[in-house]
Design a protein around this ligand. Structure first.
Ligand code: NAP
Length: 283
């Protein structure tokens, strides 16, 4: 069975649209998301376009600020300071990666914690690890929603996360732990990866390398979440990290690429923006 992130994202966006309409009546304006794109990396351009379209579908005001690839770090930081101070801006997202002359950490640190809809600010990360109120990063948040949609009762299950990045692997491992799974994190130095992944009732793969997970590495009946976004070198088509067709025959369910985790990431960005807006309303 395939878990359709596309369908679930449409459901979430429809619910958010209704909520935004109500909030707009209450506050006299819609939530506002400002996206900053530095340069014109084709993947980033397509992500930013997808985010703008999702805002439109949900009723969130969206502004995309496109800056030249040669923009200096100081001027980007100045722009972020202005957006932090602007009461009408509820969410700020700087599309990553940034050109090499700009320090990504300095940029992430500059975004006000309350407007950090990506959930990358160190104060949000610390709050996540300490069970405090925070913005939950979009991809991990979407993965938990997909597991629940698949009817997976996470508590007590063995979960294996392959990948330990700040944006996917580490936070999704923490969220799975919060759902009471027993979590193992694997990475490039893990010995005998298949032995580890075969233990998993829930297998989340966020590596960025096609064919990382083959059918013999999956426990029969497991739920497999494929986060990877890669381009197949021969067909030119998008593919994940998991050998989908072969694994599908072994797993209970699997997310496709495209149409799995990706649309949920964007839908959760919409949810985070609405939550940032709501948090500002006097209640
Ligand atoms: P990343 O920062 O490059 O991290 C990759 C992780 O994979 C690292 O922890 C690395 O281990 C591990 N790894 C590399 N080779 C491995 C191997 N042979 N066996 C086991 N682990 C291995 O990547 P990321 O940002 O987490 O993204 C991962 C993938 O997800 C990419 O394809 C990205 O495009 C995709 N992604 C998709 C979405 C979405 O919404 N669909 C969102 C974010 C990312 P070390 O730590 O030891 O180096």
């Amino acid at each position: 069975m395939r878990i359709s992130g596309k369908e679930l994202s449409l459901k979430l966006k429809a619910e958010l649209k209704e909520k935004v309409a109500l909030l707009k009546k209450e506050a006299g304006r819609a939530p506002q998301l400002t996206v900053i794109l530095v340069g014109n990396n084709p993947a980033s351009v397509s992500y930013v376009t997808g985010k703008a379209k999702a805002c439109e579908a949900v009723g969130i005001d969206n502004r995309t600020i496109r800056l030249d690839a040669s923009t200096e770090e100081a001027s980007l930081l100045g722009l972020i300071a202005d957006l932090n101070a602007d009461e009408t801006v509820d969410g700020i997202l700087v599309q990553l990666p940034l050109p090499p002359h700009i320090d990504e950490n300095r940029v992430i640190d500059a975004i006000a914690k309350e407007k950090d809809v990506d959930g990358f600010h160190p104060l949000n990360v610390a709050a996540l690890w300490q069970h405090r109120p925070c913005t939950v990063p979009c991809t991990p948040k979407g993965i938990i929603k997909l597991l629940k949609e698949a009817g997976e009762d996470i508590a007590g299950k063995r979960a294996v996360v392959v990948g330990r990045s700040n944006i996917v692997g580490l936070p999704v491992a923490k969220l799975l732990l919060d759902e009471n799974a027993t979590v193992t994190i694997a990475h490039s130095r893990t010995r005998n990866l298949g032995e580890v992944t075969r233990e998993a009732d829930i297998l989340v793969v966020a590596v960025g390398r096609p064919g990382t997970i083959t059918a013999d590495m999956v426990k029969p009946g497991a739920v497999v979440i494929d986060v990877g976004v890669n381009r197949n070198s021969t067909t030119g088509k998008l593919c994940g990290d998991v050998d989908t067709e072969a694994v599908e025959a072994v797993a209970r369910c699997i997310t496709p690429v495209p149409g799995g985790v990706g649309p949920m990431t964007i839908a959760c960005l919409m949810e985070n923006t609405v939550e940032a807006f709501e948090a500002k309303l006097p209640r």
